[in-house]
Design a protein around this ligand. Structure first.
Ligand SMILES: O=C[C@H](O)COP(=O)(O)O
Length: 332
């Protein structure tokens, strides 16, 4: 079993942080955007071999899973969300794993990275998270399609910030990327960033609707130039959401942006990530491609509604040697 010291050392910097880094952005550099190319078959090949390439076991696996928890934006984005459901989700964010297990793992204060909800549920989440450092993230700008009038999308951001969201997940207009109108995408993202004020902004690219990995790479870059603090794959509502090839493409764009500007931008894969073993693959990929600095909640989040339950089951198995039934982990 993991000792308190083992995991405390491994996770000392893995607890949620209250201060996120900010990206002030830069002028749109169309030459840089036009020069972005993606070798799709090489990306797909590498993505295919990654899951088998690294395996972490026993205490190390437990430590990585605890790290994953600290990086989850625990999410509910359903038409039938209620104040009660959001309250239960927030209780889970405050204490993501059974108290006795967390005690044994040496991290009694562990929480998720954030709670992510629709605008109407912000007050309920803010109330339920009072006394914690867990931020409330709100999806905004006509989520998930992003097709309402621009002034309303901007106003929605302002309203969500006023209601207490300190992180705003915006959706981009896919048509700008699909038609290569990078100036329009830049201007839109810039306006969203300004409306966010001090709130951090995550740009959802909806990569499953962008057609090519080259579009994904270029849209990533343009959103970063326009001041996105995070780039995020998906709303969770597209037919294809987070994938490993898309992840490789986006985190390499983040690396290029960092290399050229010195600015850190975070990454959030979202949609369909529900298994602990998949979370481990994502973490390994981030470590390989971006390094340990990006394995902190201020630069990496999973957008997930059901990943936590599986991680909790694996941790329970790690400590007790047996698996609990998944219905015992209905939330998260
Ligand atoms: O942003 C988060 C996603 O909507 C969550 O998607 P999921 O329900 O497939 O985990």
């Amino acid at each position: 079993m993991a000792t308190r010291t083992d995991l405390s050392i491994n996770l000392a910097s893995g607890l949620p942080q209250t201060t996120l880094v900010r990206n002030d952005g830069m002028a749109l550099d169309l030459d840089w955007v036009a020069g972005v190319q993606v070798n799709t078959s090489a990306i797909e090949r590498r993505a295919k071999t990654l899951p088998g390439r690294r395996s972490v076991k026993k205490d190390y696996q437990a430590a990585w899973l605890l790290k994953a928890i600290a990086c989850i934006d625990l999410t509910t984005l359903s038409g039938d969300d209620t104040v009660g459901r959001v309250g239960r989700l927030c209780a889970k964010a405050r204490q993501p794993v059974r108290a006795d297990l967390l005690e044994q793992l040496g991290l009694p204060g562990l929480t998720t990275g954030a709670v992510c909800v629709y605008h109407d549920m912000i007050p309920a989440a803010v109330k339920a998270l009072q006394g914690t450092n867990i931020p409330v993230a709100a999806v905004s700008t006509g989520f998930p399609a992003g097709l309402s009038p621009l002034h309303l999308r901007i106003e929605e951001i302002r309203e969500s910030v006023k209601a207490g969201a300190s992180e705003i997940d915006i959706v981009i207009s896919r048509r700008h990327a699909l038609s290569g109108d990078w100036q329009a995408l830049y201007d839109e993202m810039r306006a969203f960033r300004t409306a966010c004020g001090d709130a951090h902004v995550k740009a959802i690219l909806a990569t499953g609707e962008l057609g090519t990995l080259r579009n994904v790479a270029r849209a990533s870059l343009v959103c970063m130039m326009a001041g996105a603090d995070f780039i995020k794959t998906s709303t969770g509502k597209e037919p294809v959401n987070a994938t490993l090839p898309v992840t490789l493409t986006m985190i390499r764009a983040i690396r290029d942006y960092y290399d050229r500007t010195g600015i850190y931008v975070g990454y959030k894969p979202a949609g369909g990530i529900s298994k602990a073993k998949d979370a481990l693959v994502y973490l390994a990929m981030i470590k390989d491609e971006l390094g340990d600095r990006w394995l902190q909640p201020d630069l990496f989040r999973f957008g997930a509604s059901s990943l936590l339950g599986d991680i909790e089951r694996q941790l329970e198995h790690h400590i007790t040697g047996s698996y609990s039934a998944s219905h015992r982990h209905p939330i998260g």
